[in-house]
Design a protein around this ligand. Structure first.
Ligand code: PAF
Length: 280
């Protein structure tokens, strides 16, 4: 049987209605494609909690800034569909930009608090774009649960806030980051790295790990993040957008480890802007 690809909201909803009629639980894995094992882990996790998993692939223009990589973002639908089928997904939702944002579209969901700072400072408008498209995807698919990677930790917090605030009837599941053997978090943007840059990139995870240990030993966030920035630049990163210690829930800045924390980083290496985070 060919792997189903739904291009319209109506086609997706018709299929989900059939599954619901059969009493099946449905999970959604929203993605922008160029799938890797991190995404396929979300599908596999979804299959543990639902009978059917649909992944969406939509490179969402509204979450990219004017000078960002929307045009260059890798698009490989046929490969993605084959990977999803292999991982046990039941279909791919791949709407066009006009299906998602028909002429006259005028609504934006913006989330105060958790969208501010970190990626929200460096990428103005990014989280409003994410919150809007994810809300639409959730309303279009109507899944029982939706799964997101913890690599985009701030995004996960924004989505949880939207779902709580708008009473969306869906369970949000965060899934731990999948890493290469040397610690580099899997990301579609790793494809932008040259072999030399690829050798530098694991320093991101190395610095986060060292910071988590030193934070647990009682050192202050200010001292540690200054040290971490120097380490990243010395390792070969071009610049560091941020390296911060935040509360794991709500993302308030922390000066010491007084509650469960998250250390988050974004740094630039050639054409790639890499983000990562770990619990602390
Ligand atoms: O994490 C992503 O791939 C995207 O931000 C998402 C959640 C699919 C929204 O476009």
């Amino acid at each position: 049987m060919t792997f189903p690809i739904f291009r319209t909201v109506a086609a997706l909803r018709a299929q989900v209605a059939v599954w619901r009629g059969q009493g099946l639980r449905v999970a959604l894995v929203p993605t922008m494609g160029a799938l890797h094992d991190g995404h396929l882990t979300l599908v596999r996790q979804g299959l543990k909690k639902a009978d059917r998993v649909v992944a969406s692939v939509f490179v969402n223009p509204t979450q990219f800034g004017p000078n960002e990589d929307f045009a260059a973002y890798p698009r490989r639908e046929a490969e993605d569909a084959a990977l999803l089928a292999g991982a046990g997904a039941s279909g791919l939702y791949a709407p066009s930009v006009t299906e998602m944002y028909p002429s006259g579209f005028a609504t934006t969901i913006s989330v105060a608090g958790v969208s501010e700072g970190l990626c929200g400072t460096v990428r103005p408008g990014h989280f409003a774009g994410v919150a809007t498209v994810v809300t639409k995807l959730l309303l279009q698919a109507g899944p029982d649960l939706a799964l997101f990677g913890e690599k985009d930790y701030q995004q996960l917090q924004v989505i949880r806030r939207v779902v709580r605030d708008l009473d969306l009837p869906v369970q949000i599941e965060g899934v731990p980051t999948v890493r290469e053997a040397d610690g580099l978090a899997l990301s579609s943007r790793n494809a932008y790295l040259t072999p030399e840059q690829r050798a530098i990139a694991p320093a991101l995870h190395g610095v986060l790990t060292a910071l988590a240990e030193r934070l647990a030993a009682g050192e202050t966030a200010a001292v540690l993040t200054a040290w971490g920035r120097d380490q990243l630049l010395a390792a070969g990163f071009d610049s560091v957008d941020y390296l911060e210690v935040r509360a794991a829930e709500g993302l308030a800045p922390l000066e010491r480890r007084s509650e469960p924390a998250r250390i988050l980083v974004a740094a630039r290496l050639g054409k790639a802007r890499l983000i990562d985070n770990i619990p602390a």
